[in-house]
Design a protein around this ligand. Structure first.
Ligand code: FAD
Length: 408
């Protein structure tokens, strides 16, 4: 039994296939995705696509010609509903339309789904999530007609959408349960920095605010009711409250799942011959032994895909990557290197009202940094982390010295 079946034709699934061919893997490769589109990139959905500066063609991960030439069979618009693993290795997957695809090795790259709003009124017309191209097209159409936009959740997607919505001159309010923006991922100085900039663009924030429910006018959303009884009028409500790893098939296969599918550094799951990559996975935390974390990023999807491909092809694993992430909000380019949770100290490089860098330390050792419009700081930290080096906190605070000169 030969061949690799990849379930999910997103960033991670496609990259497994291309990495296998780059490693000269000769077997059959089939990538099956349930969305109707050719494989596409998600990050622009909440940025250029939403802002009308990119359309579907600009999002393609690879061209159909590329897949044809590489001998990668991409089947879109079909969901895998059942997978049978054989004792001797390999197995068979069944699509919703009944087609059966045999495989030797299996890679789950099923991504994540937008977390739905848990409130009454969440299914009213005008209440949207933003995960897929179809979602983004709906939000883009609605933005064209909306006057008052309420975004629930001050995470990356919520803030990127707020940047687009306010740039269109729409009355934009972001409701967040925590007391600050991006509270799960960044330090207080960055939260404050982003809040100030969004405030200058006219975005209003309701922080420390819970939503009680959504109220409609017939079938269309009309207002967001907060827990304290206040009412925010809205003709478009966008939920940006996180994503839930898609683990249905993994659970049916009896794989170990702790929120996401648990994988090791080579993306092996708890069953021989089954790998998992991208947003559907969680992996051991680099700083906190015994804990697993998920990393919803393009970098993670690509690096996990390369690691899985190497393991499947039986070649040496690539170097352990440094996690990184970016977010664009109008003229702000936010870049993050490393993983800050588990830090016991942070240093702000600044102050400069137009830019910002925050470096995170654990026991005096650099573990991560976030920067806005300071690509050189980001690169210096990313390189230092990749080389296992550090930047002493006192040197990092000195804006007069380029960070790369302070690496030890
Ligand atoms: P996905 O891209 O979700 O792909 C999984 C695919 O599998 C989906 O098409 C799904 O429908 C399909 N699937 C699931 N189950 C089945 C099944 N049973 N059968 C067939 N197909 C199935 N990351 C960054 O680093 N920077 C950014 O700026 C950034 N911005 C983002 C903006 C938005 C709006 C979103 C939604 C994400 C953003 N991300 C960003 C995150 C990044 O896009 C994801 O980390 C990445 O797409 C993960 O790739 P994946 O292949 O694991 O999952």
């Amino acid at each position: 039994r030969d061949g690799v079946l990849v379930v999910g034709a997103g960033e991670a699934g496609v990259r497994v296939a291309t990495a296998l061919r780059e490693l000269d893997y000769q077997g059959r490769i089939v990538v099956v995705g349930d969305e109707p589109h050719q494989p596409y990139s998600r990050p622009p959905l909440s940025k250029a696509f939403l802002g009308g500066k990119a359309d579907e063609d600009d999002l393609a991960l690879r061209t159909p010609d590329y897949f044809r030439a590489a001998g990668i069979e991409v089947r879109t618009g079909r969901a895998i509903t059942h997978i049978e693993l054989k004792d001797a290795g390999g197995g068979e997957a069944t699509c919703a339309d009944g087609e059966v695809i045999p495989f030797g090795k299996l890679v789950l790259a099923t991504g994540a789904r937008a977390r739905p709003l848990p409130f009454e009124g969440a299914s009213l017309e005008g209440v949207c999530t933003l995960r897929s191209l179809r979602d983004a097209a709906t939000v883009r159409d609605r933005l064209a007609e909306a006057e008052r936009v309420v975004i629930i959740g001050a995470g990356f997607i919520g803030l990127e959408a707020a940047a687009v919505s306010s740039a269109r001159g729409l009355a934009t309010t972001v409701v967040e349960r925590e007391e600050r923006l991006l509270s799960r991922v960044c330090a207080e100085p960055l939260s404050r920095f982003l809040r100030d900039r969004h405030g200058e663009w006219g975005v209003r924030f309701e922080l420390g605010a819970d939503v009680r429910g959504l109220v409609g006018d017939g079938h269309r959303v009309r207002e967001v009711v907060l827990a304290d009884g206040r009412v925010l009028p809205a003709d478009l409500v966008l939920a940006g409250i996180g994503a839930v790893p898609e683990t249905t098939l993994a659970e049916k296969l009896g794989l170990t799942v702790q929120r996401g599918i648990v994988v090791d550094a080579e993306c092996r799951t708890s069953r021989e011959g089954v790998w998992a990559v991208g947003d559907c996975t969680v992996a051991p935390h680099p700083h906190l032994p015994g804990e697993v974390i998920g990393a919803e990023s393009v970098q993670n999807a690509n690096d996990q895909a390369k690691a899985a491909a190497a393991a499947i092809a039986g070649v040496a694993a690539p170097q352990t990557p440094v996690p990184w992430f970016w977010s664009d909000q109008r003229d702000l380019k936010l870049q993050i290197a490393g993983i800050s949770n588990g830090h016991d100290e942070y240093v702000v490089r600044g102050p400069d009202p137009a830019e910002l860098t925050v470096l995170y330390y654990r026991a005096g050792v650099l573990i991560a940094a976030e920067s806005v419009n300071r690509p050189k700081d980001f690169m210096a930290v990313k390189r230092a982390l990749a080389a296992g080096r550090t930047i002493p906190p006192a040197a990092a605070a000195d804006l007069g010295v380029p960070l790369k000169e302070s690496v030890v």
